[in-house]
Design a protein around this ligand. Structure first.
Ligand code: 5GP
Length: 221
């Protein structure tokens, strides 16, 4: 028996992986943005889907990196032209996922990370259910959520109060997700996300060419 790689193992190289769509939702302030940035930094196989929004940029946000900041009429034009994979009103603004970059990434065999709300998660699940993996991020407590929103100091007190009320609505959708992470500690949460991604990437349906590989394997047994 030879346990090392030999030419006899070349069929392994024909196995390819179908990309998956990792959806992260949470109320604002639960730490989802920190988690998604860290995940993108440590995993080169996953790329962020940059959304379009009609809300103004916060200090430190860059157009094209954090969001594409568009006017309401530009947003509507994209929606009319069917250029958005999903879209939804959130607070007083509109948010949506540009379709073309997601299709290009999937075609290139990459996974795509979405930082979108429950409405977007539902729409993606309806359109591309077998590709979607949904993760809901919960704060460890209401106090922690409020503190994180205040510490962010980018929004007015009024906005913080509205976001606290909205958190309850967003959280009511937790059971529509495949996985739930209670984000008390970023490193622990990231380990959870790594585990989810590793397992989901190994799912039988996502490994292309497996049927042929097994048939060839059986021929030689
Ligand atoms: P924020 O204004 O704090 O960046 O985002 C507000 C909420 O909108 C967050 O829950 C975020 O996940 C959600 N969101 C951001 N982009 C999209 C998108 O493209 N589609 C949907 N449905 N929600 C989004």
């Amino acid at each position: 028996m030879n346990s090392g790689a030999t030419d006899g193992n070349k069929g392994v190289r024909d196995l390819q992986r179908r990309g998956l769509l990792l959806v992260l939702s949470s109320p604002s302030g639960a730490g989802k943005t920190t988690l998604s940035r860290a995940l993108l930094d440590r995993d080169s196989n996953i790329e962020l889907s940059v959304s379009v929004t009609t809300r103004p940029p916060r200090p430190g946000e860059t157009d094209g990196k954090d969001y594409y900041f568009h006017s309401q009429s530009e947003f509507e034009a994209m929606r009319e032209a069917n250029e958005l994979l999903e879209w939804a009103p959130v607070f007083d603004n509109h948010y949506g996922t540009p379709r073309a970059p997601v299709e290009a990434l999937l075609e290139a065999g990459k996974d795509v990370l979405f930082d979108i709300d429950w409405q977007g998660a539902q729409q993606l699940s309806e359109k591309m259910s077998s590709d979607v993996v949904r993760v809901f991020v919960l704060p460890p407590s209401a106090q922690t959520l409020e503190r994180r929103l205040r510490d962010r100091a980018q929004d007015t007190a009024d906005v913080v109060a509205r976001r606290m009320r909205a958190a309850s609505d967003e959280i009511s959708h937790w059971a529509e997700y495949d996985y739930v992470i209670v984000n008390e500690d970023v490193e622990t949460s990231l380990k959870g996300l790594d585990a989810i991604l590793s397992a989901e990437r190994l799912k039988r349906e996502r490994v292309l060419g497996l049927g042929k590989f097994v048939r060839n394997l059986q021929k030689d047994l």
